[in-house]
Design a protein around this ligand. Structure first.
Ligand code: HEM
Length: 134
């Protein structure tokens, strides 16, 4: 008998959909993050993110079947991910993770991964350009 995957242990697809839906509720209201998302409808972005997380944690490989190798740093290159964007992202993610009410150690395992991944995604050290552009 093999060990159940993390994906199964935390409740499968329904749990990851709840996580991502809660996260995007925060993004939808965020003045820094919302304008970064190219599509008017956040639904497709939420779907890609949920499928990625499900795959990462041992669930179905639908993400890569549709999108190929994740190459997440490359896919974020068009977006300005600075410390402020990372912190805003992590703020909404923290709310979303807490909303799941997962038992330990699953909660900490999930959170530690997301925090590390968010630091890894930062692609500029520059502070935001001054609005007046001097
Ligand atoms: C650190 C702050 C981050 C910002 C500001 C950010 C922003 C974005 C934006 C604007 C997109 C494009 C939306 C779309 O059309 O899909 C995107 C896509 C995506 N992000 Fe992030 N992201 C961040 C961190 C992360 C992290 C930590 C992960 C993984 C744990 C992640 C996973 C994804 C995935 C899977 C996609 C879709 C990639 C695809 O096109 O297939 N992001 N992100």
């Amino acid at each position: 008998m093999s060990e159940p995957t993390f994906f199964d242990a935390v409740g499968g697809e329904a749990t990851f959909r709840r996580l991502v839906d809660k996260f995007y509720e925060g993004v939808a209201e965020d003045p820094l993050l919302r304008p970064m998302y190219p599509e008017e409808d956040l639904g497709p972005a939420a779907d890609r993110f949920a499928l990625f997380l499900m795959q990462y944690w041992g669930g179905p490989t639908t993400y890569s079947d549709n999108r190929g190798h994740p190459r997440l740093r490359m896919r974020h290159a068009p977006f300005r991910v600075d410390a402020a964007a990372r912190d805003a992202w992590l703020h909404h993610m923290r709310v979303a993770v807490d909303s799941l009410g997962l038992p330990e150690p699953a909660r900490t395992q999930l959170w530690d991964y997301l925090e590390r991944a968010a630091y890894f995604m930062v692609n500029t050290m520059d502070p935001a350009e001054p609005a007046t552009g001097q």
